[in-house]
Ligand binder design. Structure first.
Ligand code: MSP
Length: 650
């Protein structure tokens, strides 16, 4: 009999920066679901990866004076390290810069183009670079991007458009007929309202930058990042190259995404697939956001939490457990260090850790470590065993319905019940009475057996803890913890082995540092990226007042750097060729210590265009570039990304 299959994906994250705890949250959930389905005996494919193209990445690389691929390679190493340390069991890691993906995107584009669903037109729109999205004026909120709240830029280009509008009615009908496609239901309603307002055709190519997949039928253009990125879900299971693999796993069981990208996954993606003649995925789930102590995570607030530092301090399973238990799946949730420590101490160290420790210690003390079922039962045993069985059944139901929090709560209710069972049966009293020897063996057996089932149930959440429980119970660690083995009464004759506490209690020192297993960790998890550390500016005094007329005399223009080179024998100067509209100018600028010449090519600058020419190192310079500089030796060129060269700056 062939096994049922389960194909789950995370968003492919942008390698514009290191990943933070929010990304770890989404991937942890996906990993837990993947592990749960493996535990059910299904054939699982779990895909994550990186979304590497687009203007945002190109600019980041330019700022550093390196190529985009050099830039992303370094960040992908961080992605992979994080997933490794967080115990993420993905079957593949897809990078959109890979050849296998370029091929899929180009093939799909050609097919849709040839069938007439793509056309060319001149387009002017408002672009949000961080979100890589065009917006209409009416869609802006307070003049800013409705998704992220950042300013948009006016961009103009000749582009290819995908006929989304043609599929509007089909989409509405599809959603009506498949009410479970978008979850949670609140997000479904949002999407329906969005589409009912009218779907615009989607601009799917760009010419303003080149870090992307070339459009096969017009090489001046690169593919829009979202059109490129969504197709990763097909590339990952070998669409077009291995039909057996593709047909085995497609349609995907679940695309797990954050709520802000539900629109791309539930409107654009299904329409792309419909146009391609490919079946639609079964479900898209839009999870909520993690906020930090009630505040949105952002670099400028300096509250971005580095998951690697947290793992180093508390261990991967503790972080996973917290994320899965504390945040109600589907809703936004709060991350706080205090709540994390409380959860670890109470749920992991106290409830689970103590149950194992007490059980194993008593079996060693009373029975030389050997677990034996002597079969002397009492009513209290039936109560415990019934709870084990109902917990397993409810666990499976909850996890199937993605009610992750209830599934965990159910397991912890069983753990609490087992701790209470120790107090009710009083093994230390039974141990004093020879006549109760068999009863004591049964009690210890029931506890060990409950722990064995608990180890199976918690394996999807805290995968490195289950093997530790098994080892302490004297059981061989299986390659996979299978739910089929979560049946009470399977263990016999094992010899327990006391080990280290599963989760050492976390002590907090007076200065806020944590002390874990004797090691001290300074009270710091916030990792503001170096780029956002506000430099202490030693401000130069403001110059003497001028009139508006005096200012109006200065003609500031947007220029585009066409060529740049170092000025021989000068440490400070670069010689630039700058286009101001149709006019080419030579400008010598004192920025050599801040910018590599290659990094400037193609970049917009602001030029004082009517400044009298001056000779520098024998080169005549026609204009000056605007730049911000602080008292600490930092300098950044003023910029007008996306503006046409020659535009006036006022
Ligand atoms: N590259 C696109 C996705 C393309 S998928 C075909 C993208 N990348 S991203 O790097 O911005 O990652 C977005 C995803 O990261 C969110 O959808 C969400 O799953 C996760 N999160 C990012 N910040 C988060 C929080 N603060 N909280 C929870 N999840 C967060 O969008």
């Amino acid at each position: 009999m062939t096994k049922p299959t389960y194909y789950i994906t995370t968003p492919i994250y942008y390698p514009s920066d290191k990943l933070h705890i929010g990304h770890a949250y989404c991937t942890t959930i996906a990993d837990t679901l993947a592990r749960f389905h493996r535990a059910k005996g299904e054939d699982v494919f779990f895909l994550t990866g990186s979304d590497e193209h687009g203007l945002k990445i190109q600019r980041k690389a330019q700022e550093k004076g390196i190529t985009p691929i050099e830039y992303v390679d370094a960040i992908i190493a961080n992605f992979k390290q994080l997933w490794n340390e967080l115990n993420i069991s993905n079957n593949d890691f897809i990078r959109t810069s890979e050849e296998r993906h370029h091929k899929v995107v180009q093939d799909v584009l050609t097919k849709i183009f040839e069938q007439g669903d793509i056309y060319k037109k001149n387009y002017e729109g408002l672009y949000c670079v961080p979100c890589e999205s065009y917006w209409l004026e009416r869609q802006l909120v307070d003049g800013k991007c409705p998704d992220c709240g950042r300013p948009v830029e006016k961009m103009q280009e000749e582009s290819y458009f995908f006929k989304l509008s043609k599929y509007q009615d089909w989409w509405l009908q599809f959603i009506e007929e498949n009410p479970n496609f978008i979850q949670p239901a609140s997000r479904r309603n949002e999407m329906i309202n969005f589409v009912k307002q009218g779907l615009e055709d989607l601009c799917i190519t760009r010419t303003t930058f080149d870090w992307g997949i070339p459009v096969p039928f017009d090489k001046k253009h690169v593919v829009y990042v979202w059109f490129d990125a969504l197709l990763n879900y097909l590339t990952g299971i070998k669409y077009g190259t291995d039909d057996a693999m593709f047909n085995k796993f497609w349609p995907a069981s679940l695309h797990l995404v954050g709520k802000e990208i539900v629109r791309f996954h539930t409107i654009i993606w299904p329409i792309m697939l419909k146009a391609m003649g490919v079946e639609l995925p079964q479900k898209v789930y839009g999870h909520g956001w993690l906020v930090i102590d009630g505040d949105k995570m952002s670099k400028s607030k300096g509250n971005v939490i580095d998951p690697l530092a947290l793992i180093d301090e508390f261990g991967a399973d503790a972080i996973r457990y917290f994320l899965l238990r504390e945040i109600v799946f589907g809703n936004d949730g709060n991350f706080s260090r205090d709540a994390l420590i409380t959860r670890i101490n109470s749920d992991l160290a106290n409830d689970l850790g103590n149950l194992l420790h007490r059980t194993v210690s008593m079996i060693e003390k009373y029975h030389g470590g050997v677990v034996t079922n002597a079969g002397v039962s009492e009513a209290v045993d039936e109560d415990l065993i019934a709870l084990v069985n109902s917990t397993v059944a409810n666990f499976e139901k909850d996890m199937d319905a993605m009610e992750i929090n209830s599934a965990i709560k159910g397991v912890w209710a069983l753990i609490s019940r087992a701790n209470k069972y120790i107090d009710e049966t009083g093994p230390w009293i039974l141990a004093k009475d020879e006549a109760k020897a068999a009863r004591l063996q049964t009690v210890m057996y029931n506890l060990a057996e409950t722990l064995r089932v608990v180890a199976i149930l918690v394996a999807p959440f805290i995968p490195s803890t289950s093997p530790k429980i098994y080892t302490q119970l004297g059981l061989e660690v299986p390659a996979e913890f299978l739910l089929a083995d979560a049946v009470f009464g399977k263990m016999e004759g094992t010899k327990v082995q006391k080990g280290d506490p599963l989760y050492p209690r976390i002590e907090i020192a007076e200065d806020g540092a944590t002390i874990i297993g004797g090691k001290r960790y300074e009270a710091k998890v916030e990792v503001p990226a170096p780029a956002v550390e506000e430099p202490k500016v030693e401000m130069e005094p403001i110059k003497e007042e001028i009139t508006i007329d005096a200012f109006e005399k200065i003609d500031l223009r947007v220029g585009t750097v066409k060529a740049a080179e170092k000025v021989k024998k000068s440490k400070k100067l670069l010689k630039l060729q700058v286009m101001i509209g149709e006019e080419e100018r030579t400008i010598v600028s004192g920025i050599a210590q801040y910018y590599e010449p290659e990094a400037l090519i193609g970049r917009n600058v602001i030029v004082i265009a009517n400044l009298a020419p001056a000779k520098l190192f024998g080169i005549e310079s026609f204009g000056m570039l605007l730049a911000a500089s602080d008292g600490n030796g930092n300098l950044v060129l003023a910029d007008a990304p996306g503006m046409a060269s020659g535009s006036r700056v006022k």
